[in-house]
Design a protein around this ligand. Structure first.
Ligand code: A3P
Length: 284
């Protein structure tokens, strides 16, 4: 049954709630010893900000420069999986040729030390918090084997409090905002990619130091539209595919937010991000 009590949902590690179905204490401890390579690429995001989109784009870019094909299941989120699964991924990743792609929903200051020491290039994908919340709500309630919420209102309350998987969107944003000007860090906005995918992909490609022709960039772009990714989603992501590629739009929050919730979110956004580099950048 999808009936659950919230206290059973989370494992709290260093003050942040993570889903017990996906994360374990042992894996968090093992992460301390993760060996990043200097030429790894890390994709960091709060859940539902478009991590699978950017993973696909970066995989296609790497394929275009090296003809090396990445299969998505090869790239579990760094902190997900029990100890055994994690060790298996680590062994498999050791055999991968560079550049490898890593993905995470962790705060910057919770990353394995080797990622910082090796100055791994980091792409951080952000999305406005309203659409992120709506996408997260649907994800919980659509996917059969994860806990669902009684209502949107209930989810919204927990989201604002940060009592959801991977904790508060705002804490995540505040934490990463401190690194917005780091040389090895680039922020990408979901809304910017929606507005101009070709330009966004070109920027990502340049940040990664690839030199691709306009034709190559356009080819990657054509394969990275929502329609293209959704059409292939069962093949690329299995049964969960159609849930991961649900709607793919900017402004879907209007379908669920009440006016009071809208004001509450605006207030929270102001408190946490007004006047910060990320707050100014985020299309909102
Ligand atoms: P919606 O639920 O609003 O449709 P993540 O990959 O981080 O879990 O994020 C999932 C969200 O990104 C979903 O949002 C999904 O539809 C959207 N998404 C994935 N691929 C996309 C694409 N190519 N274009 C636009 N949105 C995309």
């Amino acid at each position: 049954s999808k009936e659950t009590t919230l206290s059973q949902l989370f494992l709290t590690f260093h003050g942040i709630p993570y889903p017990v179905t996906m994360c374990t204490q042992e894996t968090f401890q093992a992460l301390d010893d993760f060996e990043a390579r200097g030429d790894d690429v890390l994709l960091a995001s709060y859940p539902k900000c478009g991590s699978n989109w950017i993973l696909h784009i970066v995989s296609e870019l790497i394929f275009a420069v090296s003809k090396k094909k990445y299969a998505c299941p090869e790239f579990p989120v760094l902190e997900c999986g029990d100890a055994e699964k994690y060790q298996k991924s680590v062994r498999r990743m050791k055999r991968f040729p560079s550049p490898r792609i890593l993905t995470t929903h962790l705060h910057y200051d919770k990353l394995p030390q080797s990622i910082i020491t090796n100055k791994v290039k980091i792409l951080v994908i952000f999305r406005n918090p309203k659409d992120t919340a709506v996408s997260f709500f649907h994800f919980h309630n659509d996917v059969p084997d994860i806990p669902s919420y009684a209502s949107w209102d209930e989810f919204f309350k927990q989201f604002i409090k940060g009592q959801v998987s991977w904790g508060s969107y705002f804490d995540f944003a505040i934490n990463w905002n401190k690194h917005i000007d780091d040389e090895n860090v680039k922020f990408i906005l979901y809304e910017d990619l929606k507005e101009n995918l070709v330009v966004g992909i070109k920027e990502i490609s340049e940040f990664l130091g690839f030199s691709l022709t306009d034709e190559q960039i356009e080819a990657v772009s054509a394969q990275s539209t929502f329609q293209a990714m959704r059409a292939n989603s069962q093949e690329t992501h299995g049964a969960i595919g159609p849930f991961l590629f649900r709607k793919g739009e900017v402004g879907d929050w209007k379908s669920l937010f009440t006016e009071t919730q809208n004001q509450e979110m605006d207030e929270r956004f102001k408190e946490c991000l007004a006047g910060t580099a990320l707050g100014d950048k985020l299309k909102y």
